[in-house]
Design a protein around this ligand. Structure first.
Ligand code: SF4
Length: 383
C-alpha cells in the first residue's frame, strides 16, 4: 500500500515568516502594544514570552493590512506603513494622507493623488470579525484603539517620520501638522467597511503620551494594572504571550487562573459581593429585555432609530424521519442497527417504579455556585 505523506500546514510557513518580521523582533514598546498596562509593562521589562500563542488571526490581519494599504499607496498616494518613534514608544503608522501644503514639499511621486482637505490625516486600520462588528458600528473605536492612533499622531506632530532607510525624504518634512484622526474598520469576514473620523485633540494626545509615561515610570510589571479579566474571559488575554507571567499558575490544574486573585477571606467577601451585585444587574437587565422582546413580537423588520430589527427562523422545523430511514435501510439491504434505546429503557424502569441503575463514568459533574445571605444570628436567651 502506498502511503501519501500529509502536506505540511501552510500556517507553519506563515508563522515562520511572521516571526522573522522586524516588528516581531522589536524590543522597544510598540504603540500597538499599549492595549493593556500589564502587557506594556512586561514588554518594557523585556519579559520573554511565557505562553505559545495562536497567531493565525493576527497573521490574517497583517495580510489584509498589507493588501489594502498597498492599494491605498498605489491608488491614492497615501504614505503607508511608515515608522515614527519617540524615546518611549515606536510604531508604524498605517496611513497618512498629507494636505496640499505639506505634500508640496515632497517629490511628486510621494504626494497624495487627492490631498486631505482638512489637514494632515493619520489613519489606523483595524480588522474585526463579524462577531465584533455590531459593537464597532454601535460604539466605534475602543479607548485603547483611540490611544494607539493618538500615539502615532502625537509622535508625528512632535517629531515627524523616523529618519531611517526607505523614508529619508518624508523624514525631512520634520514635525507634521496633524489635524485629523481616522479609524477605519474592515470586517474580515465580508469586507464591510466603517470609518470614524474626528479632529485632532491635543488633550487626547497628551493623555495617550501620559499613559505610556506612567507605564515606563512603574518599578516593574508587578506594579502594573491588568486591564482585562484574564484567559477565558477576555480574548485579548487568551492570545497574550505573557499570560502566565501576568496571572501565574493556578493552585491546581483545571481551575481558573483568576483564583490567584483571592488570597484571604476579605477577598472572598468582596468576590461574593461582586457576584451578588452582578447577578442583580443581570436579573434586572433580563427583565427589561424579556418585556421588550414580547412587545416587538408583532413588529415588521426595519430600521427604528439607531437600531435595525431583523427576524430569523420561524420556518417549519425538521427532524430525522426514523421510519423512512428504516425503510431505506431495508430497501438497500443494509442491516438496521439494533443499539439499545437508553432513554426508552430508562422510562420503562421509571414507569415500573424500578430505580435506574447508575455507575460512575469517569467525568466530574459541573461545579455550581450557590450564594445566599448568611442567616441572622439567633437571639441569645435572657435568663
Ligand atoms: S494576560 Fe491579559 S491582563 Fe495579562 S498582560 Fe496579557 S492582556 Fe494584560
Amino acid at each position: 500500500m502506498t502511503t501519501i505523506a500529509e502536506p505540511p500546514s501552510i500556517w507553519t510557513a506563515a508563522t515562520a515568516v511572521d516571526d522573522r518580521r522586524p516588528r516581531s523582533k522589536q524590543t522597544q514598546l510598540g504603540a500597538s502594544e499599549t492595549v493593556c498596562e500589564m502587557r506594556a509593562a512586561h514588554r518594557i521589562a523585556g519579559t520573554e514570552p511565557t505562553d505559545p500563542t495562536d497567531k493565525k488571526m493576527a497573521i490574517l490581519g497583517t495580510y489584509i493590512h498589507e493588501g489594502l494599504l498597498t492599494a491605498a499607496r498605489t491608488e491614492y498616494g497615501w504614505l503607508v506603513e511608515k515608522a515614527t518613534a519617540s524615546e518611549l514608544v515606536r510604531g508604524h503608522v498605517d496611513a497618512v494622507q498629507l494636505d496640499a501644503e505639506t505634500a508640496a514639499r515632497l517629490p511628486k511621486r510621494l504626494r497624495p493623488v487627492v490631498p486631505s482637505q482638512d489637514g494632515v490625516t493619520v489613519e489606523d486600520v483595524k480588522t474585526k470579525s463579524t462577531y465584533k462588528w455590531d459593537q464597532v458600528l454601535r460604539y466605534g473605536a475602543t479607548a485603547a484603539e483611540i490611544r494607539q492612533t493618538y500615539l502615532y499622531a502625537g509622535m508625528l506632530r512632535e517629531r515627524g517620520f523616523e529618519d531611517r532607510p526607505g523614508q529619508r525624504q518624508i523624514a525631512r518634512l520634520g514635525p507634521l501638522n496633524v489635524q485629523r484622526i481616522r479609524l477605519r474598520f474592515i470586517n474580515r469576514d465580508n469586507g464591510s467597511e466603517f470609518t470614524q473620523e474626528f479632529a485632532f485633540d491635543e488633550f487626547e494626545a497628551a493623555t495617550a503620551r501620559w499613559w505610556v509615561e506612567q507605564v515606563h515610570a512603574l518599578p516593574g510589571p508587578h506594579a502594573a494594572r491588568r486591564d482585562f479579566d484574564g484567559p477565558g474571559l477576555d480574548a485579548v488575554c487568551d492570545y497574550c504571550p505573557v499570560r502566565t507571567a501576568c496571572w501565574g499558575m493556578p493552585a491546581r490544574p483545571g481551575i481558573p487562573v483568576q483564583t490567584n486573585l483571592v488570597h484571604d477571606d476579605k477577598d472572598r467577601e468582596q468576590a461574593l459581593a461582586d457576584y451578588v451585585a452582578g447577578a442583580e444587574q443581570e436579573k434586572a437587565g433580563k427583565k427589561v429585555k424579556d418585556l421588550a422582546r414580547k412587545k416587538l413580537d408583532n413588529s415588521p423588520a426595519g430600521d427604528y432609530g439607531p437600531n435595525r430589527l431583523k427576524w430569523t427562523g420561524g420556518n417549519a422545523a425538521k427532524s430525522t424521519d426514523v421510519q423512512a430511514m428504516v425503510d431505506l435501510h431495508e430497501e438497500a439491504r443494509i442491516p438496521v442497527p439494533m443499539i439499545p434505546d437508553a432513554a426508552r429503557m430508562e422510562k420503562n424502569l421509571k414507569d415500573a417504579g424500578i430505580a435506574v441503575p447508575q455507575r460512575e463514568n469517569g467525568k466530574l459533574t459541573a461545579r455550581s455556585i450557590n450564594v445566599s445571605p448568611v442567616p441572622a444570628a439567633k437571639p441569645s436567651k435572657v435568663a
